[in-house]
Design a protein around this ligand. Sequence first.
Ligand code: FAD
Length: 446
Amino acid sequence: MRESDVVVVGGSAAGITAAITARRHYPDRQVLLIRKEEQVLIPCGIPYVFGTVGSPDKDLIPDAVLSKNGVELLIDEVTSLDRDKSTLTTAGGETVAYDRLVLATGSLPAMPPIPGFELENVFPVFKDVSHLRLMQESLEGVSDLVIIGGGFIGVEFADECRKALQANVSIVEMLAHCLMLAYDAEFCSKAEELLRQRGIAPVTGAKVERVMGQKSVEGVRLDNGETIPAQAVIVGIGATANVKLAESTGLPIGTTGGIVVDRTMRTTDRRVFACGDCAEKLSFFGGRPSALKLASIATAEARIAGANLYGTRRENIGTVGVWSTVIGDTAFATAGLTESVAERHGYNYVVGAAESINRHPGGMPGSHPMKVKLVFEKRTGVILGGQVMGDKAAGEVINAISACIQRRMTAEDIAMFQTGTHPALTASPIAYQFVNAAEAAIAAAQ
Ligand SMILES: Cc1cc2nc3c(=O)[nH]c(=O)nc-3n(C[C@H](O)[C@H](O)[C@H](O)COP(=O)(O)OP(=O)(O)OC[C@H]3O[C@@H](n4cnc5c(N)ncnc54)[C@H](O)[C@@H]3O)c2cc1C
């Protein structure tokens, strides 16, 4: 029987980070990571395999990240877990004993029971190299592609496939707008305008009733009676937690389908932790269950789990929800609550927005407009969320906004921010969008 102080099951964002963190915090402990796939994809890079990056082989996390940090690797599938004996067994016939166990088994693509999903050329997005290779081969020569789901995965796939295949690409989204779970309507409308300019057809407020075809896909029928021709369909409608192993050993599962953990990422078994897409999440805002699944959340949770294996050192403050995407050269980024979500949750809120060119003077190379919208709780002035659209710096500006949210900063704090600026790199200090959006909210609240 093989033994290791710490065993991590799962070799992607959460598993790797938990294993490395365990080694950093407990350098005298052995850490063994078990994962089932030979090669691990950079999950967020998957849509770019189909265009910019060109191949799954160019979207891999090197195993050196494990060996450099003294993490042992076993490529095998864990098939059962005996918590009484503190052992795991694998498909390859190994039995592994652990002292501490981290479950980082991730998620699988959501596939609702829509008729026709079983047809050839209907592709869920598995994080698997051979699946992506097959998808890539099958998409070659396709002239009509339908993407189901207008979230960030659907939008990124549409943009990349349109570039690479020159096919007619439609996105079917049942909500009123694409990206609507992450942005307010004015940002979504701009995103849809950009998609149209890039030759992509967003079809919103419509549900796919069935995928049509005999053996392979021939089209997609919508609930409004419309039919869209298609030789291939990509399904990007979310992910469900992969909790098979946890469930089989009686660990409780939460309301959004993840493994129940406390704020230290410990399950109900004190020697078993869970993190990443497989773990249940609570929102930073009011502690409601949160179904968000992001690599940024997975790695933050993994840093908590890894640090707490032999003594509580970190606690999870809850899921803020920070992420970004890009259409052409226009970035969209979001953190915390949008105005529409704040309204839905009954907050008394005030918003402020500011837009300006991201260089000064505006004739400097790389100039691009950037808009920042911030949402504050009205009585206290505490920031609830932010959205950024425009220059690619949005991807980092939103991280600064997220820090403000996590520290519960107020509009006044942000209005007095000391920001660094440079003509070639940022907006003018007079027109700095983030600070001016806070000033606009302060004015609106009076
Ligand atoms: C197309 C796409 C684009 C995305 N883009 C972004 C983005 O831009 N930003 C962002 O923050 N998030 C993004 N995400 C979400 C992100 O990919 C996930 O949140 C992240 O992968 C979660 O990491 P994880 O380690 O928890 O789970 P997973 O990545 O699902 O990994 C689970 C791991 O567990 C292993 N495993 C499972 N069961 C077993 C078993 N029984 N035995 C052994 N190994 C097992 C799997 O093989 C895998 O290694 C994207 C997702 C997709 C699909």
